[in-house]
Every structure is written in structure tokens, then in C-alpha cells.
Design a protein around this ligand. Structure first.
Ligand code: HEM
Length: 225
């Protein structure tokens, strides 16, 4: 077991952990976006979707625990790698060499990740907590999940934070997607440009998809809840 911890603590090991957990989070976001699209089909569709998930609750709980482990490892290793890079990078150079060999996004991964982390804490404290544990308005007890989401998406600062966070998410995913392939060594000259294009498309679909919900409910939703 000792070799395992030694490996995961090495730089290569940390990058591998980032890539494995990142891949899992990339897949989670696709599933999460598809599920949330039911919001556009009205209260019955969304409440029905959330209630259907209740039927397979034990399975969902297992997935959530894996998700939690993935987030914790991804954030912890991301933070440690960022610290190590900072220490290794010479400061006070007139020309910052890092701008030559890394893109804007890769240098900003830590800060983009930090914005996403702040968003995630607020997101879980509002939706996840209320849906599953305690909702002071009593809406969750009556399976009126749609109303909880719509009520939060009427609050301007909440909507603004979501939009800022999903833009950060788009940039983070844009770099993260291709990084996964690079870490696994799947960066063949012939196929890598295509992987990069798929990564860009994925990042745009996620950012626009997740932004569309708060924007729609804040600006365009006038229907009864
Ligand atoms: C902006 C559109 C989004 C909406 C409307 C939305 C909605 C929701 C809802 C309603 C839940 C509670 C589900 C339940 O417990 O049954 C939830 C949970 C969660 N969301 Fe989101 N979400 C959005 C964006 C995001 C983004 C961008 C991320 C990641 C960066 C994210 C990560 C999570 C996680 C980790 C959970 C807890 C796991 C789960 O219950 O599936 N969400 N979200």
C-alpha cells in the first residue's frame, strides 16, 4: 500500500489523479446538464425527474460519495500542484517565461477552479441541501423542487454568480479536457487537434447549457410556478 501513496504523492501521480477525477467530473457534468434540461419542460417534468431519482436513492448516494471523493482529490491535488509550480517558478523575471510555454487558461486553472469551488459550495448549500435534507420553505417536502430552483433564479446576485461561475467552468473545462488526454499520453500528432476541437465544443456546450437555465428563469420565465 505504501508504494501507492508514494506514487499518488509524486508529481506524475498527482497529475494522474487530476486526470482520472477530472474525467469522472467531465462525465458527471454531461449527465447533470441532460437531467437539468427537464427544467425547460416545466414543473411536472422536473419534479418527475427528481422524484424518479428518489426511487434509486441508494445508487445515487453511492455515486454522490464517489463524486465527493473525486472533487476532494481533484481540488486537493490541484492546490498542491499549483503551490509546487509557484515555488518552482522563478519570480522577478522581466519576461515571464511561463507565458511562452503555457496558455492563458492553463496558467489560470487554479483561479478558475477557485471560482467554481465557491460556486459549488453555494450551489450545494441551496439546491442539494434543500432537496435532500432541510428546506425551510417546505417546498421539497411537497416535491415542488421546480419552485425551489425558480425562486433562486429570481435573485439577481445568485444568477450573476452562476453566470460568472459557468464562464469560469467553460475555460477550466476547455483546458482540462485536452489535459486529460495529454496526461494519459493520448496526444498523437494526428488526432490531438481533433481532441482539442472536441474539448472546445464540450466546454462551450457546458458553459452555454448551464448558463441558459438561470438566464431563462431570470429574464424570460413569467409562467406560474
Ligand atoms: C446552472 C445550472 C445548474 C442547475 C439548474 C443545477 C441544479 C442542481 C440541482 C437541482 C441539484 C440537486 C439535485 C438532487 O439532489 O436531487 C444539483 C446538485 C449538484 N450539482 Fe448542480 N446544477 C447546475 C449547475 C451545476 C454545475 C455547473 C456543477 C459543477 C461545477 C454542479 C454540480 C452539482 C453537484 C456536485 C451536485 C450534487 C450531486 C447531485 O445531487 O447530483 N451543478 N444541481
Amino acid at each position: 500500500m505504501g508504494w501507492f501513496f508514494k506514487f499518488t504523492n509524486s508529481s506524475v501521480g498527482k497529475k494522474l489523479v487530476m486526470a482520472v477525477t477530472g474525467s469522472f467530473l467531465i462525465i458527471f457534468l454531461i449527465v447533470h446538464l441532460i437531467g437539468n434540461i427537464t427544467l425547460f419542460f416545466g414543473p411536472d417534468a422536473f419534479n418527475g425527474y427528481v422524484s424518479a431519482l428518489d426511487v434509486v436513492k441508494p445508487l445515487i448516494r453511492v455515486v454522490e460519495l464517489v463524486l465527493l471523493a473525486a472533487f476532494v482529490l481533484h481540488i486537493y491535488d490541484g492546490f498542491v500542484l499549483w503551490l509546487e509550480n509557484r515555488r518552482a517558478r522563478p519570480v522577478n523575471y522581466k519576461v515571464n517565461a511561463s507565458s511562452e510555454n503555457s496558455t492563458f487558461t492553463s496558467r489560470w486553472m487554479f483561479w478558475l477552479g477557485s471560482v467554481i469551488f465557491i460556486f459549488l459550495v453555494l450551489h450545494l448549500a441551496t439546491f442539494f441541501w434543500r432537496f435532500n435534507f432541510y428546506d425551510p420553505s417546505g417546498l421539497a417536502n411537497n416535491h415542488l423542487y421546480f419552485n425551489i430552483v425558480v425562486n433562486f433564479f429570481q435573485i439577481w446576485w445568485y444568477v450573476a454568480l452562476y453566470i460568472v461561475a459557468v464562464i469560469a467552468l467553460g475555460f477550466h473545462l476547455h483546458h482540462g479536457f485536452q489535459s486529460v488526454f495529454q496526461t494519459f499520453g493520448w496526444n498523437h500528432k494526428k488526432y490531438f487537434p481533433l481532441i482539442k476541437k472536441i474539448g472546445t465544443l464540450y466546454a462551450i456546450v457546458m458553459a452555454v447549457g448551464f448558463a441558459s437555465m438561470p438566464i431563462y428563469f431570470f429574464f424570460f420565465y413569467g409562467g406560474s410556478q
